[in-house]
Design a protein around this ligand. Structure first.
Ligand code: A3P
Length: 357
């Protein structure tokens, strides 16, 4: 009896200890697994946000959305320090051949205008093998200037000798202080602007904004003061179309010869012609020709037969070439009258008559 008691006690004790150990192991396992899982999840999220940041902080969302529709997504390594360890594999082959791909500051910028056809222009010119461009709108000179030139350079694609680096951010054209900043970076930067009838442009701008906001006011309510005949010249989208005023600011820093003005209308009706002018201006061989385009009658726009990222025929995304809302003819006429003198001034400044009504 005396001997049995401790055995009994120790058996029960052992069972309790065993249950305790198993439970502890179970909780410890779960706890650590959760911990590890969360660490892994957050790390993944963090990495993703770094990559997303590189586009979303720079581009307005529909642009970025559209960009991804037409291009393959390029993941830019975090903490890039110029080391070849991070080079995408396609460049590693080049490096083995003694060619060193580098990220350069842009040689040419598409500075505007918003809704003028800037995405089409960029996608068309980057068909050229000697052009490499950032797919996102980087917004360095207007939003991220304080981050410095190294930050900007790291947002540029890799290039090899002989290739041009390009970027497009349409808000550059109208943002105060940008001409001076671009000039400070490189006084030889080539500038491209694609312009379109300012009346159609403002309607396109409104259409884009309305697509993101369900309770958007009517176009006429925004463009005119209290529905009177007076144009609300303080309305931002309307001011963008006063091209002559914006151009004046650029011409204080850059000669006209360093600036190419492209017709947004002709970029649609004859893309090969306008891209021919762009290639000449950039000092490139005319490689992109009418053979690269076809007219898609469903979309109503020229589309690409193939590009670096997509070997099959494709058009720009659905955020490009939207249907515009009906605008009162009387409102259109008033807008035309408002823009007419500025348009004439713009024709004189550029030496090109765009023929806008
Ligand atoms: P809409 O959507 O109002 O028709 P941006 O790229 O600067 O935002 O300009 C958008 C405009 O580019 C479109 O405005 C469209 O008219 C014009 N565009 C020019 N070429 C185009 C193309 N090949 N496909 C689609 N849109 C094109």
């Amino acid at each position: 009896m005396f001997l049995l008691r401790p055995t009994c006690f120790s058996n029960r004790f052992l069972i309790v200890v065993l249950i305790f150990c198993i439970s502890s192991l179970y909780f410890a396992y779960n706890f650590h697994w959760c911990l590890l899982f969360n660490i892994q999840k957050n790390w993944f999220k963090f990495n993703q946000s770094v990559v997303v940041h590189q586009c979303s902080s720079t581009a307005n969302p529909p642009e970025a959305e559209n960009a991804t529709e037409i291009m393959s997504i390029k993941v830019i390594p975090f903490l890039l320090n110029g080391s070849s360890d991070f080079l995408p594999s396609k460049y590693r082959f080049l490096q083995q051949q003694g060619v060193r791909p580098v990220r350069n500051l842009p040689d040419a910028l598409i500075i505007g205008v918003k809704k003028g056809g800037t995405r089409a222009l960029l996608e068309f010119i980057r068909l050229h093998p000697d052009v490499r461009a950032s797919g996102c709108e980087v917004h360095y000179f207007d939003r991220h200037y304080s981050k410095g030139l190294q930050w900007y350079r790291h947002r540029m694609p890799y290039t090899i000798e002989g290739q041009l680096t390009m970027e497009k951010t349409p808000s550059y054209f109208v943002t105060k202080g940008v001409p001076h900043r671009v000039h400070k970076m490189n006084a030889k930067t080539k500038l491209l602007i694609v312009v379109r009838d300012p009346v159609t442009r403002v309607i396109s701008d409104y259409t884009q904004a309305a697509s993101k906001k369900s309770d958007m006011k009517k176009f006429e309510q925004l463009a005119f003061m209290n529905l009177s005949k007076a144009i609300d010249t303080t309305w931002g989208p309307l001011k963008i179309g006063v091209y002559a005023r914006h151009l004046e600011k650029w011409l204080r820093y850059f000669p006209l010869s360093q600036l190419l003005v492209i017709s947004g209308e002709r970029l649609i009706s004859d893309p090969a012609f306008e891209i021919g002018r762009v290639q000449d201006f950039l000092g490139l061989k005319r490689v992109v020709t009418e053979k690269h385009f076809y007219f898609n009658s469903t979309k109503g726009f020229p589309c690409l037969l193939k590009s670096e990222a997509r070997p099959r025929p494709h058009c720009l995304g659905k955020t490009k070439g939207r249907n515009h809302p009906y605008i009162e003819p009387n409102a259109i006429e008033r807008l035309r009258a408002f823009y007419r003198p500025y348009n004439h001034k713009f024709y004189q400044m550029t030496g090109i008559n765009f023929g806008w009504p």
